[in-house]
Every structure is written in C-alpha cells, then in structure tokens.
Design a protein around this ligand. Structure first.
Ligand code: AMP
Length: 178
C-alpha cells in the first residue's frame, strides 16, 4: 500500500540523534523510532522505492546490518529479489570481498559470487551515508558481479562528510539530509 502522507520531514522528526554513541564525538542517527511506527516505516519504504518501477529492477541489495531492514522491505514492495552484502566471514558460500578504509584501520565486506547475473539491474540501499566508504565498497562488489546500479539510496545522508564524492557516476539519493 502506498502511503503518500509520510514525508521526509516526518522521518527527520522521528530520527533520534544520540550524542557520543558508540564513542565520544559521534552523533549517532537512531532509526529505530521510524521502524517502531508502522505508518512511518511503510512510508519510508514507499519513499525509498519511489523512483523504481516494479519490473524494472532485478534485485535490491542491502548492506549489513541496518541496510538489510530497509532493503529487504523495499525488495518485497518492488516484488523483486533481495541480496545481502555482509561483513566478512558471514556468508557461507564463495564470496568476493572488498576492503575499505575506516577512520582507524579497515573493514571488509563480501557478496556471494553467484548473487547476481551479469547485467542485473539493482538498487543499493543503506540506512546512512557518512564518509561513503561502505557504499563505495558495496558498489565495487556489484561492479565485480557486473551488475548495473540504477540508484544508490539512503534514508539519511550526513552531507558534511561528503560521502557522495566517493560515489561518482552513480545516481545517489537520500531522503533526509543533515
Ligand atoms: P560510511 O562508510 O562512513 O559512509 O558509514 C556508513 C555506515 O556506518 C552505515 O552503514 C551506517 O549504518 C554507519 N554510520 C556511520 N555514521 C553513522 C551515524 N552518525 N549514525 C548512525 N550510523 C552511522
């Protein structure tokens, strides 16, 4: 069911900023109040999928872990497949891995080698775009599988961290910007 009543401003109002979590200086964007309100959650999925026609996409790809919540719901709404990009060591079959830089150290994410056929049309969804390292690494995995990325979509974008600059050439859209 589409729920045109929910606006990005409604989502922004519900998102809770928790200072100094998980460590000092981080303003953590807590999306659980959106999930905990059936109308907002459904409206959020409507907004995340607004540009995508059912039938025009072969899979929605979600990033571990909060991205799964939104991407899986979006896949059901679009009547298409869901593909997880997981943290290293969690996927049981053969994987491609991609390393990316964190503030301190590195992280590795992975996708099953047979998760998508070459040429698959996909939408990549995560909860939040910060520095862009995670999404850029996920996009690199999708390129390894030769998928076609229609859009990279976020509920939240921390625009001051300029994450978009790590996603050149991709259509990037976010619902709520700080
Ligand atoms: P980045 O790779 O820097 O774009 O970080 C994006 C990932 O880290 C997303 O999957 C978010 O879930 C998480 N993240 C980064 N910063 C925040 C924040 N301020 N609040 C909540 N989640 C965050």
């Amino acid at each position: 069911m589409s729920n045109p009543a929910v606006t990005p401003a409604d989502l922004q109002q519900a998102i809770r900023t928790v200072p100094d979590f998980p460590k000092a200086g981080i303003q953590f964007k807590d999306i659980t109040p959106v999930l905990g309100d059936a109308r907002l959650f459904a409206g959020c999925i409507d907004l995340l999928t607004a540009n995508i026609r059912p039938g025009s996409v072969d899979a929605v790809v979600g990033i571990d872990a909060r991205g799964f919540i939104f991407a899986a719901a979006a896949a059901v709404k679009l009547q298409t497949a869901f593909v997880p990009v997981r943290k290293k060591g969690k996927l049981p079959y053969q994987t491609y891995e991609q390393v990316y830089d964190l503030e301190y150290g590195t992280n590795t994410i992975a996708i099953h080698v047979d998760a998508l056929h070459p040429g698959s049309r996909v939408v990549l969804i995560d909860d939040l775009l910060a520095t862009g390292g995670t999404a850029a690494a996920a996009a690199a995995l999708l390129q390894k599988l030769r998928a076609q990325i229609l859009e990279i979509t976020f509920l939240i974008e921390l625009s001051f961290l300029k994450g978009r600059e790590k996603l050149p050439g991709f259509p990037v859209r976010s619902l709520v910007t700080y």
